[in-house]
Design a protein. Sequence first.
Length: 41
Amino acid sequence: MNSSMVVKIATVATVTVGGMAALSHLTHKDMGNATMMSGTS
């Protein structure tokens, strides 16, 4: 596994964990914004 793959996996894991934590307390509007941000990155 090359370093760029490791970075990609780490980024995806961070976004996933952060998104799951955010889903528990943000409004639907904020969740939509978070989804768009993670989708474009």
